[in-house]
Design a protein around this ligand. Structure first.
Ligand code: NDP
Length: 333
């Protein structure tokens, strides 16, 4: 390939724990791939709620680090014999994504088919793969099941509803505003509840909707604020899937709490579920397939520029609960 790889690149980095203002744009040496890695020229990166956890200190980080989880770009160099040809448009969840070039392990790169928009490829990466594994593994849904999808207008939430509907599942969604309720409804949710309504009201509605039984699974990325309510709305032998901390981390709880309804609680992460090459290949190809067949709408909330100010604003926006769908950073043409 004839791409001229520069000696230095621009990257958004964080040097210390803090608020969105600690993001800085700086020039760093171009990362050099090892034998089992590829180099990607980044076009689009995605903002994910997890960016806040690393920056705020909730999740441990080694400073300085380059911000960002996922990207779509062009493969510019790969080890000899690598299955994907240089010059191919790819997506990755390798991290270090708010940078003009990133290095990714060979088992974290997948081809983005021509018929899928580059921006959608960013959503397919972290948020799409998360929605798919939640429905396939954390609680493996069956046709006709009832599930609760919290924050259903968010990045993961909007995709989760669409895949669940494609699989024949009944979806009860929660969101925090009437505007988001419209968006959740459009994505296919069967019933949408406002999380701002009293908890007793919503618990009653969920039980009514499910014939008094409760949902088979609650998918909850909100965390602390909603964890307790899940015990009331999940049916006997049901599953609470707590997969995020948007409102704060879930505090410890006594295991005996599970016994009266023989409940299961799981706390998965994408990195622990989709880990091996085989898992990556299986999940990425299945999601591409579902994307085409179910015509998944990877809604874009807003496109932000590749500056420290824009990244800080994007992180403020996603934390401010005013966003619906994906927040994108346009890194290069
Ligand atoms: P979202 O676009 O969903 O944004 C977060 C949403 O959380 C907000 O829109 C808001 O929706 C809701 N929320 C509820 N309480 C709060 C609060 N106190 N402050 C801010 N937001 C709140 O983000 P993502 O799609 O990137 O991530 C969604 C969740 O999934 C996050 O918790 C994230 O950490 C988790 N995640 C987990 C993964 C895993 O593998 N475990 C992988 C990827 C994401 P509303 O206002 O409608 O309540």
């Amino acid at each position: 390939m004839s791409t001229q790889i520069p000696k230095t690149i621009k990257a958004i980095q964080v040097d210390k724990v803090g608020g969105p203002e600690v993001n800085v744009l700086r020039e760093i040496p171009t990362p050099v791939p090892k034998d089992n890695e590829v180099l990607i020229k980044v076009q689009w990166s995605g903002v994910n709620y997890i960016d806040n956890y690393f920056r705020s200190g909730l999740y441990p980080a080694k400073f300085p680090y380059t911000v960002g989880q996922d990207a779509v770009g062009t493969l510019v160099s790969a080890p000899r014999g690598f299955a994907i040809k240089e010059g191919t448009r790819v997506f990755t969840t390798a991290g270090n994504a708010f940078a003009e070039y990133l290095v990714a392990p060979t088992d974290r790169v997948a081809v983005l088919p021509d018929e899928i928009d580059a921006k959608d490829g960013v959503s397919i990466a972290t948020q799409g793969l998360t929605a798919l594994y939640l429905l396939k593994e954390s609680y493996a849904v069956k046709k006709g099941d009832w599930v609760l999808n919290r924050s259903a207008a968010g990045g993961v939430g909007l995709i989760l509803t669409q895949i669940a509907k494609y699989l024949g599942v009944n979806v009860i969604a929660t969101v925090s505003s009437a505007e988001k309720a419209e968006i959740a409804k459009k994505s296919g949710a069967d019933h949408v509840l406002l999380s701002t309504d009293p908890s007793e009201t919503n618990v009653k509605k969920i039980l009514e909707l499910t014939g008094g039984e409760g949902v088979h699974a609650a998918y909850d990325g909100v965390g602390k604020d909603t964890f307790e309510e899940n015990f009331e709305v999940v049916r006997r032998k049901g599953t609470i899937v707590t997969y995020g901390n948007a409102s704060g981390a879930v505090p410890p709880f006594p295991v005996l709490k599970l016994s009266s309804k023989a409940l299961k609680v799981t706390r998965p992460t994408l990195f622990a579920i989709v880990k091996t090459q085989a898992e990556w290949d299986e999940y990425t190809s299945e999601l591409i397939d579902i994307t085409k067949k179910a015509k998944i709408n990877y809604a874009v909330h807003k496109v932000y520029g590749f500056t420290a100010e824009d990244v800080a604003q994007a992180q403020k926006d996603i934390q401010g609960r005013g966003t619906a769908g994906k927040l994108l950073i346009k890194v290069s043409e």
